[in-house]
Design a protein around this ligand. Structure first.
Ligand SMILES: [Cu+2]
Length: 200
């Protein structure tokens, strides 16, 4: 059958729409984190597994993120999974024997709605680092694994050439210390005020 121009145009539009929805992946809002900052980040879940509602999200906490806290999300069960270290490591004044491994959110998110999952994460200090937050999205028995990353040293945009790119942030230069002063300045000020060490 000879295709009419109208039909061709319609087919073209469907392809465009389909590829647009396919590229609305799971992402971290803004894709950016300031070096060394405690950032409040948002995992955006714009769709389910095809038409299926999302019932669980498992997000991996990268090893170079030393501080992490997920929001307690209304209507969702939030679980943190810890990982025991082979050797304890020193973090500030304390010895750490366990680190964050994963956060699991369980609930129900219709495929046509945007889910937003907040969390706090401390950024590494090296500018240009890509910090992936790999996510397994479960929709009942089906799952989509948003875990693909690029090789070290590749530009961040190449993440979008992957079929199931991991949500990520790229570490960008901080405009200055997050608290407006360096740790040394703060320590001096604490001493002046006769304050002890701050709580962890
Ligand atoms: Cu998508």
């Amino acid at each position: 059958m000879k295709k009419s121009p109208v039909l061709m145009a319609t087919v073209g539009m469907i392809l465009v729409v389909a590829s647009q929805s396919a590229s609305a992946h799971l992402i971290i809002e803004n894709f950016k984190g300031r070096a060394g900052y405690n950032e409040f980040l948002r995992l955006m879940v714009p769709h389910g597994c095809g038409p299926l509602a999302t019932t669980e999200l498992r997000m991996k906490v990268p090893v170079n993120v030393p501080l992490f806290a997920p929001e307690q999300k209304a209507g969702w069960e939030t679980e943190i999974v810890w990982r025991k270290l082979d050797e304890p490591v020193r973090r500030g004044a304390t010895m750490v024997t366990e680190v964050y491994d994963e956060v699991i959110w369980r609930g129900n998110l219709p495929s046509s709605q945007l889910g937003v999952f907040h969390f706090l994460a401390r950024m590494p200090s090296e500018v240009g680092t890509i910090v992936p937050f790999k996510v397994i999205q479960k929709c009942g028995d089906k799952e989509d694994r948003w875990i693909e990353v690029v090789e070290d040293g590749e530009p961040a945009w190449k993440m979008w050439a992957q079929q199931y790119p991991s949500p990520y942030v790229e570490v960008v230069e901080a405009p200055g210390p997050q608290l407006g002063a360096t740790m040394k300045q703060l320590q001096e000020e604490r001493q002046k005020q006769g304050q002890g060490a701050p709580p962890e």
